[in-house]
Ligand binder design. Structure first.
Ligand code: GRF
Length: 213
């Protein structure tokens, strides 16, 4: 499987995925890492691993459509079986999302369908949630609403802050994302019209519970 990873920032999820590829846990080839920001730290992580990098800078484009069209071409150059959004902070056009339907994943720092969008940790605290976590899902045209492959949960303690929750959730992200990419690359999961099929059976809306024991 050929994998292209899209990033905008620090790339800790990218790092976890690169480690899993190198360690043989993901049966795939990391063809390229593409960033919309030239200063993304994740680009350095990729170069250190000898992975090809590319910048498609959204600030050089007048419209979202023009940016997405070039980004799509840049990705397709690598003929990916899978596109992984790892902290990629741009909203994508429907055309782009449809083009990669069933082969593009995202990680979101909440237990979807709770807390779509930004500031998820503070919102979980404000809502008095006792559990929080992260979700990996297929990307669909509605933001953070695609079919969920897997989730990992963390308990919310009385003394948690948005910062402490974010650290706990990120630790889980670094386990959950490689695990879900590995499932995709081994053909264990695929998107169907009804949701995610795991070894041929339809998963519940919250996906697999991949919380660490
Ligand atoms: C992660 O917390 C992810 O859930 C969110 O963006 C962050 C990316 O972090 N979508 P990193 O760039 O992988 O370190």
């Amino acid at each position: 499987m050929n994998i292209v990873v899209l990033i905008s920032g620090s790339g800790t999820n990218l790092q976890a995925i690169m480690d899993a590829v190198e360690g043989g846990k993901i049966q795939g080839n990391l063809a390229a890492v593409i960033s919309n920001r030239p200063d993304a730290k994740g680009l350095i992580r990729a170069r250190e691993r000898g992975v090809e990098t590319l910048v498609v800078d959204h600030t050089s484009y007048g419209t979202r459509e023009a940016f997405d069209a070039d980004l799509l071409q840049a990705i397709e150059h690598y003929q990916p079986d899978l596109v992984v959004l790892a902290g990629f902070m741009r909203i994508l056009t429907d055309h782009f999302v449809d083009h990669f339907s069933g082969r593009m994943l995202n990680i979101h720092p909440s237990l979807l369908p709770e807390f779509k969008g930004l500031n998820t940790h503070q919102r979980a605290l404000d809502a008095g949630a006792t559990e929080h976590g992260c979700s990996v899902h297929f990307v669909s045209s509605e933001l953070d609403s695609g079919a969920v492959i897997g989730q990992a949960k963390v308990p919310v303690e009385a003394n948690d802050t948005a910062q402490s929750l974010s650290e706990k959730v990120q630790q889980q992200e670094h386990r959950l994302y490689p695990a879900c990419v590995a499932l995709f690359c081994s053909n264990a999961i695929r998107l169907s019209a009804d949701g995610v099929l795991y070894q041929g059976s339809l998963l519940p809306a919250t996906g697999l519970d991949l919380t660490e024991d």
